[in-house]
Design a protein. Structure first.
Length: 216
């Protein structure tokens, strides 16, 4: 439950995005989405202190030193995957074709087998979407599988990097955190405003978001 843990840390601590991402095993942009309420679903926070995975002493060390890497007291029980397609909650299965179409359009170098493992689908479905013979092709809209909650950003990045290496091409780099600082802050404010429609609702949180984003 890394996303729920990240949500709690964002709401209840002054840790930087980098620290939360490192502790939860997430991409920094996933933590940013949680903090800005632009994630696919609103998360209920999970307290890692009550779960005995993190101590308040570790949190306080991290808040004092933005370069401090927090140590997990005990790891959560590992879910052992069996052979077969990746399990996807029923509520998200209808989003699979959109995620597949996004990967086919943006990363054609990724093999059907790799997509099948990442999304939890069949090669027949992937081929049908590629050939536009899928029964629902008229309603399929390419969407980022991370935004849809079908996989994590780290899983997608690792898949794309491996496929690019095998194809002998340069893996794409994420430049969303580069550029002018003030322009990025304004962008975050605009996104927050669009989500809430009230300036009072985003003014304070987005200041904290921008501060944490550039905190080193």
């Amino acid at each position: 439950m890394p996303h729920a843990t990240a949500s709690w840390l964002v709401d209840n601590t002054s840790l930087s995005f980098e620290q939360i991402a490192e502790f939860c095993g997430l991409h920094i942009l996933e933590v940013q989405a949680i903090a800005d309420d632009t994630a696919a679903t609103k998360l209920t926070g999970r307290d890692p202190v009550r779960a005995h995975e993190l101590t308040m002493e570790e949190i306080e060390k991290g808040q004092r030193d933005p370069n401090y890497v927090m140590k997990m007291q005990k790891g959560p029980e590992q879910v052992r995957r069996t052979k077969g397609p990746r399990y996807t909650p029923v509520s998200k299965r209808q989003d699979k074709p959109d995620g597949i179409a996004w990967i086919l359009r943006n990363h054609p170098e990724v093999s059907d087998g790799a997509i099948s493992k990442l999304i939890g689908t069949t090669r027949t479905t992937i081929a049908a979407i590629r050939d536009r013979t899928h029964w629902n092709i008229g309603n399929i809209v390419p969407k980022d599988p991370v935004t849809l909650g079908l996989c994590s950003q780290r899983e997608l990045d690792a898949l794309v990097s491996k496929a690019a290496k095998a194809a002998g091409i340069e893996a794409p780099t994420d430049t969303r955190l580069e550029g002018d600082r003030e322009a990025l802050i304004e962008q975050l404010r605009a996104e927050r405003y669009a989500a809430t429609h009230t300036p009072e609702a985003y003014e304070a949180p987005i200041e904290r978001t921008a501060e944490n984003l550039f905190k080193r």
